[in-house]
Design a protein around this ligand. Structure first.
Ligand code: NHO
Length: 367
């Protein structure tokens, strides 16, 4: 008699991360005969694939099936009813950055459906929503994991949880949490000559966009909110009831005059007029033998959080960072004066999807 366990997987979002996730899921399904991973629902914002009898959707053919589909996504309440009625446990994979989906996490979890996601939205809206999510999961036994919401595949969230759950006390966390801003400052203000010509700030921003490092509108990276969201998550896990990413100082790198221009293209076109602002800051740091970096930090003892520019010695781990790497530094009671440091690539489809798949594997062993 077969002892194969069946788990239904519902995937919302099939963009950059979602496509990589499906590739890795197909590979996992082939390597894990003890669990039948049945993809029963997949959707983008426009199209969906599912059937009333929960028949398996081919994981490797899912993107083609979506393209050919005439089905539209189920509204969230109908989706929750559909998944809650599945004849085995269900894990929902939210590969969107949708607030609509994030707002429904307490409902989804309360119906016994587990969630794994790189979406930061649910964990960075009000503190009450954060509490509702974990209360709903605790009540129903459903699991919720979001490793890739900070540092893509780097083991950041799991490390913070381990520190806290084993009774250590996190005193301070600081680091460079944005792959995009890491890349920008490592190119604009390199710690040592890289061989590449260093351009003006505006041309480095344009280059980062060309290379696909920024959001379609680079202002979404340069306003600091992505870093503020990650800092909010880390601070909450460390025990601070942070109300929202808007409740502490965040230094935007967008010149005031360009905050409200209509498009990202117009912003890039006008940015050269403001290059002197960033050049002056860079020169002031250089005068002290330092380099500029965009840093997030939380002091748990004084309950203070901030996000913005700071200058560092070239030999400092933040100064010497390369490429689009992230670095997370944890000062804790146990680690004393030598912090625990996690460093490595912190953005990109495959490594973000890896964080999501790692979470799914954890859930599979718990449900
Ligand atoms: P895309 O490519 O825009 O895809 C989104 C998909 O969701 C599309 O298929 C869209 O149709 C679907 N969708 C949107 N709303 C929907 C709805 N209401 N219902 C159904 N479907 C809907 O986005 P990505 O790049 O694939 O990102 C997906 C999620 O992963 C986002 O929450 C994003 O924040 C998160 N994420 C991405 C990355 C990355 O590298 N791409 C990272 C972390 C998390 O580690 C990365 C990171 O932090 C990058 C950061 N910018 C940095 O450090 O610089």
């Amino acid at each position: 008699m077969s002892t194969q366990k069946q788990v239904f997987i519902a995937v919302i979002g099939a963009g950059g991360v979602g496509k990589c996730f499906l590739g890795q899921l197909a590979d996992l399904a082939a390597r894990r005969p003890s669990t039948r991973l049945s993809l029963c629902y997949i959707t983008t914002s426009k199209k969906a694939v599912y059937s009333k009898d929960y028949s398996d959707i081919s994981i490797t053919g899912a993107i083609d099936s979506l393209a050919a589909s005439t089905q539209t996504p189920l509204p969230i309440p109908a989706l929750v009813d559909y998944l809650a009625a599945a004849p085995a446990k269900v894990v929902l994979v939210d590969n969107t950055s949708s607030e609509l989906v994030a707002d429904a996490y307490p409902l989804i979890l309360s119906r016994g459906i587990s969630i794994v996601t790189p979406n930061k939205k649910a964990f960075t809206s009000s503190y009450k929503h954060w509490q509702d999510i974990f209360a709903a999961a605790a009540a129903s036994g459903a699991k919720v994991y979001h490793e890739a919401s900070c540092g893509a595949g780097l083991p950041v969230i799991s490390t913070v949880k381990d520190l806290v759950e084993t009774g250590d006390q996190i005193l301070r966390v600081e680091g460079i949490f944005s792959g995009t801003l890491s890349f920008l400052f490592n190119s604009f203000a390199p710690a040592s000559p890289t061989g590449a010509a260093v351009g003006k700030w505006s041309s480095e921003v344009a280059k980062a966009k060309e290379l696909g490092y920024t959001e379609p509108d680079p202002r979404d990276d340069l306003n600091g909110m992505d870093v503020a969201r990650k800092l909010t998550i880390l601070a909450r896990l460390a025990g601070l009831p942070v109300e929202s990413p808007a409740s502490f100082p965040v230094e935007s790198l967008i010149p005031k005059e360009l905050e409200s221009v209509a498009s990202g293209d117009e912003y890039l076109e006008k940015l050269p007029q403001y290059d002197s602002q960033m050049e002056e800051l860079k020169a002031a740091a250089e005068k002290e033998g330092k380099v500029l970096r965009y840093v997030g930090s939380v002091d748990v003892t004084t309950q203070s959080l901030k996000v913005g520019l700071q200058s560092f010695d070239r030999s400092h781990p933040f100064g010497a960072l390369k490429g689009s790497d992230n670095i997370f530094t944890f000062y804790t009671k146990r680690y004393g004066s030598t912090p625990l440091i996690i460093q490595g690539a912190g953005a990109g489809g495959e490594i973000t999807a890896m964080g999501v798949l790692g979470d799914l594997i954890k859930v599979l062993s718990q449900i």
